[in-house]
Design a binder for this molecule. Structure first.
Ligand code: SDX
Length: 429
C-alpha cells in the first residue's frame, strides 16, 4: 500500500507521508499541510483526526475490540483486578507480585487527604453535585504538594500518580458523606482499593459496612472496564491540558470536568434517570424509543451509540453479564434491568438504530450494578472518574515523556465579521 498521500489543489499537488500503526491503522501526517499549501483541515468533533500516537489502548470500533497495552478487555475482566490493570496502563506492563505489593502499599500510604481539606467540604452546599466537588478537591489536594509544580516533577511521577489514584477515591467518599450529612469515615489500610471506597462511603462510626465480596468485585470490575479508552473527550482534555505542561492534578481535574457531560461520562446517570422515567410512566420503553428517534423530542436513548464503536461495546457485554450475576447473587430483581433489556432488544431490531449502528455502550448497564450496590445516581459519574483515573494518568505521562509533544493549539476557520471599525456610542442605534 502507498506510504504517500497526494493532495491536488489549485492545479498543484503535494505529497504527505502515511503513518501506519502497529494494528495497521493508517493516517495521513498533515503536520506540514499549512506550511506547504496554506490550507488547514476542518473536522467537527475530530471524528477523523488523530491527535497523537499512543501505546496505551487499542480500539477497533468496527469489530468491537478493546485492549489495554495489547491485552483483550475480556481477559482482563475475567482474570485481573482494577489495581493490577491500573499498573498495566500506567507503567506499561502487568506487575510482578513484588511490584504489585509495592504499588498497593504506595496507594495505601497515600490514601489520606491532608486533614485541613475537611474544611473545604464544609464550604459546599449538601446538594452540590459530587463531580463539581471532585474536580475542585483534586486541585485543592495538589496545593499540599508543591513539588508537583517543580521542574523535575517527573522524578516524583509514581508518587504523584499513587496520590491521585488513591485520593480520588477518598475525595469521592467524603463528598458522598458530606451530601448525606454523615461524619466522614477514614480509609482502613487493611482493605483493598475498592472495598475501602465502599467502607468510606457506607460504614458508620459505630458499625462497619457489611461488605459483600460480590458487590466489591462487581464495582472493581466497573473500575477496570472504565480504566482507559484511547482519545475519548475527557482523556483528550487531559492531554490538551498536559500539553501546556500543567501538573498532573490540574490535568486530571480538567478531565473530570469534561467527563461530567451527559454525552460522555454523565451518560450513566442519564441512563438511570431515563429508566426511572420510563418505569414511572408505566411505559415498556416503546414510547421512549419512539421519542428517541424523533429529533424534535430532544430525547436520546442514553447509553446507546458511540463515536468509535459501530458494533456492540465489548464493555457493555461484560457489564450486562455482571449485572445478571450480581442481582441473582444479591437476590435482587430490579424492574429497571428488565426495562433496559427490553429497550436493548427493541432498539437492536429497529431500523433507526440499525442503520446508524447504535449499540449499547459502557454506560447502558453500569448504573444497574451501582444501584444494586447502593451507590446513589449522582455518584455514578464519580465512579466513572475513579475508574478512568489510570487512563488519564497514563496519557498525561505519555505527553510529558514524549520528546516531540508540542502544546496543543488547534486552528479554526473564521466565519465572523470582516474588517469593521469602532463607532462612538452616540453613533450607535
Ligand atoms: C462514553 O469516546 C469514548 O470512548 C467515550 C466512552 C469512554 O469510555 O470514554 O466510551 C464513554 O462517553 C460513552 C457514550 C455515552 N453517551 C451516551 O450514551 C449518550 C447517548 N449517545 C449519544 O449522544 C451519541 O451516540 C454519542 C455522543 C455517544 C456519539 O455521538 P456522535 O458520534 O457525535 O454521533 P451523532 O450524535 O452524530 O449521531 C449520529 C446519528 C444522529 O442521527 P442522524 O443525524 O444521522 O439522523 O445517530 C443519532 C444521531 O441523532 N444518535 C442517536 C443516539 N446516538 C446517536 N439517536 C438516538 N439515541 C442515541 N443515543
Amino acid at each position: 500500500m502507498e506510504d504517500i498521500a497526494e493532495l491536488k489543489l489549485d492545479g498543484k499537488s503535494w505529497k504527505f507521508p502515511v503513518v501506519e500503526g502497529t494494528e495497521k491503522e493508517r493516517a495521513i501526517d498533515i503536520s506540514a499541510l499549512r506550511n506547504d499549501t496554506g490550507y488547514i483541515t476542518l473536522d467537527d468533533g475530530y471524528g477523523n483526526t488523530g491527535s497523537c500516537q499512543s501505546q496505551i489502548t487499542f480500539i477497533d470500533g468496527e469489530r468491537g475490540i478493546l485492549r489495554y497495552r495489547g491485552i483483550p478487555i475480556e481477559e482482563l475482566a475475567e482474570k485481573s483486578t482494577f489495581i493490577e490493570v491500573a499498573h498495566l496502563i500506567i507503567m506499561g506492563r502487568l506487575p510482578s507480585s513484588a511490584e504489585l505489593r509495592r504499588f498497593s502499599d504506595l496507594l495505601t500510604d497515600n490514601e489520606l487527604l491532608n486533614e485541613s481539606m475537611k474544611h473545604h467540604f464544609e464550604g459546599f452546599p449538601t446538594f452540590a453535585h459530587p463531580m463539581a466537588i471532585l474536580s475542585s478537591m483534586i486541585n485543592a489536594s495538589s496545593c499540599f504538594y508543591p513539588e508537583l509544580l517543580s521542574e523535575n516533577s517527573k522524578e516524583h511521577f509514581e508518587l504523584q500518580a499513587a496520590r491521585l489514584l488513591s485520593q480520588v477515591r477518598t475525595i469521592a467518599a467524603f463528598a458522598y458523606r458530606w451530601s448525606r450529612g454523615l461524619p466522614i469515615i477514614y480509609p482502613k489500610p487493611d482493605l483493598k482499593y475498592t472495598a475501602n471506597l465502599l467502607h468510606m462511603m457506607f460504614s458508620l462510626p459505630y458499625q462497619d459496612y457489611d461488605l459483600k465480596p460480590e458487590a466489591a468485585k462487581a464495582l472493581d470490575l466497573i473500575f477496570l472496564l472504565h480504566a482507559d479508552h484511547e482519545q475519548n473527550c475527557s482523556t483528550a482534555t487531559v492531554r490538551m491540558v498536559a500539553s501546556s505542561r500543567a501538573n498532573l492534578f490540574a490535568s486530571a481535574a480538567a478531565g473530570v470536568c469534561a467527563l461530567w457531560g451527559p454525552l460522555h461520562g454523565g451518560a450513566n446517570q442519564a441512563v438511570l434517570e431515563m429508566l426511572e422515567e420510563i418505569h414511572r410512566e408505566g411505559d415498556d420503553g416503546s414510547r421512549f424509543i419512539k421519542a428517541a428517534k424523533d429529533k424534535g423530542s430532544g430525547k436520546r436513548l442514553m447509553g446507546f451509540g458511540h463515536r468509535v464503536y459501530k458494533n456492540y461495546d465489548p464493555r457493555a457485554r461484560i457489564i450486562k453479564q455482571a449485572c445478571d450475576d450480581l442481582l441473582s447473587k444479591l437476590n435482587i430483581s430490579d424492574p429497571l434491568l428488565d426495562i433496559a433489556k427490553h429497550l436493548e432488544e427493541a432498539a437492536l431490531s429497529d431500523s433507526y438504530f440499525i442503520e446508524r449502528k447504535l449499540y449499547p455502550n459502557v454506560d447502558f448497564y453500569s448504573g444497574i450494578i451501582m444501584r444494586a450496590i447502593g451507590i446513589p445516581v449522582e455518584m455514578f459519574t464519580v465512579i466513572f472518574a475513579i475508574g478512568r483515573m489510570p487512563g488519564w494518568i497514563a496519557n498525561y505521562r505519555e505527553v510529558m515523556e514524549s520528546s516531540s509533544s508540542r502544546i496543543s493549539r488547534p486552528r479554526q476557520v473564521y466565519m465572523g465579521p470582516t474588517l469593521s471599525h469602532y463607532r462612538p456610542i452616540k453613533e450607535r442605534k
